[in-house]
Design a protein around this ligand. Structure first.
Ligand code: SF4
Length: 683
């Protein structure tokens, strides 16, 4: 029986035309990929039918154009009554969208619709310079080093159009002195309002068709009731596209929680009065009496001392090597901190009576509010009362200046109801996309994390389309998956396992002449292998910032990179520079991490198996991300080695394997050598 012929709408025909003919005119290297066309049409239909859509688009599909082109067509079909918000997780993707994909979309728009599309990147407000703070800072007694840096900023101010820190390489401590702080900004009452870069960007934002932001700003905006991303000036409907959507839950939980650290408290103290530099807020409040100033100064010094004592006592409670510690005991240490914060708060409150200008009052009030927030968070953290819904924990990390930052954190256990109440009720059309959203061909895990499940979303469950696209790459011929046999189980024979993987990693690196990423799941194992490996190729270890290390890796011939966490995703190194990915251990989350521990407990209480419900799907998504680093272009090839024997010996191994792209598998190193040599000779 012939199926009825379905007529395509004008817009769908336009989308087809752009992909089949127009793109090639502007991008001669463009090749039509059926998956990209399917993606574009599915997304267009979801806009047209007011649906949410989850779409997994593996590397190579060209997902950015896959969502930008239908957005473009929809914007013009709706006579520009639509604004598209693209939210990403990484800066790399933001830059790619702004510098490459959106300019291309604009060229297409001019040709097809005879109109330009307006687009821009918008950052969190702390990324913009505050002219008021800048000129105030210039008046301070500056060190020579600070003076030089300020002159560099001044030079940049003479030509910058955006005032955004993205454009300038500036020391973070200096930037903190001159950037916009929401609570210190007087908006229309500021004397620099007309020239203010932040507000220029805000005004522009009201007229654009497409705005690129990051997930952090998206959720900050939700939390601040839409005050951070102003509504479109044309009253246009906002459509949201979450790219790199697999990171959404982490960001949401972060925004729904609260935290305060020793470095934040010290920074606050320095902002009020910095004894070393003899400057700060109180030196600028000219109407304060000398007596009040002296009292505030000594209160700040007391607070710094009590902060040191409080955080040292906390640190002493826990073993040095543990970085994240869950807290169950109320008032684990004596609260010597909030009384001093309270004392400073009272002094600042009564100092308000002496102020003579609105501006001074506004500034002092901002600091009062900050102290109130700090007292609130520290008190809640110390009480740790609501353990049913929140995780109370502590995180230690070393700062760039080699100081120990101790963060007191409160994280909600889940974000589903917030997502439903504050996101899904606000935006009808939402695209969730990423190369890694499905587990074993299903989006159930992702949907549960972000609250897209019937239990939480009864009214629009039929309104979510789900699409898993296949990869346009030839993994069968270009990738060999190596699963060495006889490697000891890391859970049962850890010492033997370490020795065994060290040998395999050495052999693989020597075979491929470096050009390898080794993706670890723990710093401890990474350091051990680094110290024990026997190879002449240069090994870069994750000790510094991700982007700097990647640049180094690219610039050093035959280098090897040892990375944890962030290197599993958002790294794009095509070609021969990366032909081997080694994964020593299956990327299960550390069960003792406070968030993981609390989540697994909750699942157990619900009578379910946390391993199947949470740990396994999470690990599968992470493995897919690591795997995805290898083949970035059609011509790329290489070897993926997973050295954890559990992938073949345990019941769950098949779930990992079935979630990866189909490729040839071997357990034999000689086959790996042959594959490598064959590929090399074919080049
Ligand atoms: S308007 Fe706000 S951000 Fe802009 S210069 Fe003034 S205080 Fe700074």
């Amino acid at each position: 029986m012939n199926s009825p012929k379905i007529e395509k709408s004008f817009s769908e025909t336009t989308i087809d035309k752009i992909f089949t003919t127009v793109l090639k005119e502007f991008l001669p290297s463009f090749e039509l990929r059926k998956q990209q066309l399917i993606m574009a049409n599915k997304i267009y239909q979801s806009f047209f039918e007011n649906r949410k859509i989850i779409i997994e688009a593996p590397t190579g599909v060209g997902k950015s154009l896959g969502y930008i082109i239908p957005s473009l067509v929809y914007i013009f079909e709706k006579n520009e009554d639509v604004r598209v918000i693209i939210s990403t997780f990484t800066k790399t993707l933001q830059q790619q969208l702004i510098k490459k994909d959106l300019p291309l979309a604009n060229d297409i728009s001019k040709k097809i619709f005879n109109k330009e599309i307006k687009y821009m990147c918008f950052y969190g407000s702390e990324n913009y310079i505050c002219l008021n703070k800048f000129f105030e800072f210039k008046k301070d007694l500056l060190t020579t080093e600070e003076l030089i840096k300020i002159m560099q900023i001044e030079e940049w101010l003479s030509y910058t159009q955006t005032g955004c820190v993205e454009e300038i390489d500036v020391d973070s401590q200096i930037w903190q002195e001159v950037n916009r702080e929401v609570d210190l900004c007087r908006g229309k009452h500021c004397k620099f309002y007309e020239q203010c870069f932040y507000y220029k960007n805000v005004k522009e934002l009201k007229n654009v068709d497409v705005v690129v932001i990051n997930h952090h700003l998206f959720f900050a905006n939700i939390l601040y009731s839409g005050k951070l991303i102003p509504k479109s000036g044309k009253e246009a409907e906002d459509i949201v596209i979450f790219d790199e959507a697999h990171n959404l839950e982490d960001v949401i939980l972060q925004w729904l929680g609260a935290e305060v650290s020793n470095t934040q408290i010290k920074f606050l103290c320095n902002q009020i009065f910095n004894p070393k530099k003899q400057r700060g807020l109180i030196t600028k409040l000219s109407s304060l009496s000398e007596n009040t100033k002296e009292n505030i100064k000594s209160s700040v010094l007391n607070l710094v001392a009590s902060c040191g004592q409080f955080f040292s006592e906390l640190q002493a409670k826990f073993p040095q090597e543990k970085k994240e510690i869950r807290i169950f005991t109320p008032y684990l240490v004596e609260d010597v901190l909030t009384p001093h914060l309270g004392e400073l708060l009272n002094l600042l409150r009564s100092a308000r009576n002496q102020l003579s200008t609105d501006e001074e009052f506004f500034k002092l009030n901002a600091f009062i509010k900050r102290i109130v927030t700090f007292i609130g968070v520290i008190t809640l953290w110390l009480k740790c009362e609501d353990t049913k819904n929140y995780i109370y924990w502590l995180e230690k990390e070393e700062t760039k200046r080699k100081q120990i930052k101790i963060n007191l954190k409160i994280t909600p256990l889940e974000a589903v109801s917030e997502m439903q109440q504050k996101v899904y009720s606000l935006y009808e059309k939402i695209v969730f996309t990423s190369a890694t959203l499905s587990v074993h061909n299903s989006f159930e895990f992702f949907k549960k994390l972000v609250g897209l499940i019937p239990k939480f979303l009864p009214y629009c469950v039929d309104n979510i389309e789900e699409v898993i696209l296949d990869s346009p790459f030839d993994f069968e011929n270009n990738v060999l998956l190596y699963l060495p046999k006889d490697t000891p189980n890391p859970k049962e024979e850890y010492e033997n396992y370490k020795e065994a993987i060290n040998e395999v990693i050495t052999n693989l690196i020597n075979l491929t002449n470096g050009n390898t990423f080794v993706l670890f799941t723990s710093y401890e194992l990474m350091r051990w292998v680094y110290e024990n490996i026997n190879t002449n190729f240069e090994i870069l270890v994750q000790t510094e910032g991700k982007y700097r290390l990647i640049e180094k890796y690219k610039s050093i011939k035959n280098s090897v990179l040892f990375g944890v966490d962030t290197f599993w995703q958002g790294v794009d190194i095509p070609g021969e520079k990366l032909i081997s990915i080694i994964i020593p251990k299956l990327p299960f989350d550390v069960p003792e991490h406070p968030i993981i521990e609390a989540k697994t407990e909750k699942i157990k209480l619900e009578g379910k198996d946390p391993f199947r419900e949470y740990l396994l799907p999470n690990a599968i998504i992470k493995l897919k991300q690591g795997f995805g680093r290898l083949v970035r272009r059609k011509t790329d090839w290489g070897i993926i080695s997973i050295l954890d024997p559990r992938i073949t010996t345990r019941w769950y191994g098949k779930y990992f394997l079935s979630s990866l792209p189909k490729c040839k598998v071997t357990t034999d190193f000689d086959t790996v050598v042959k594959f490598f040599k064959n590929k090399k000779t074919q080049q």
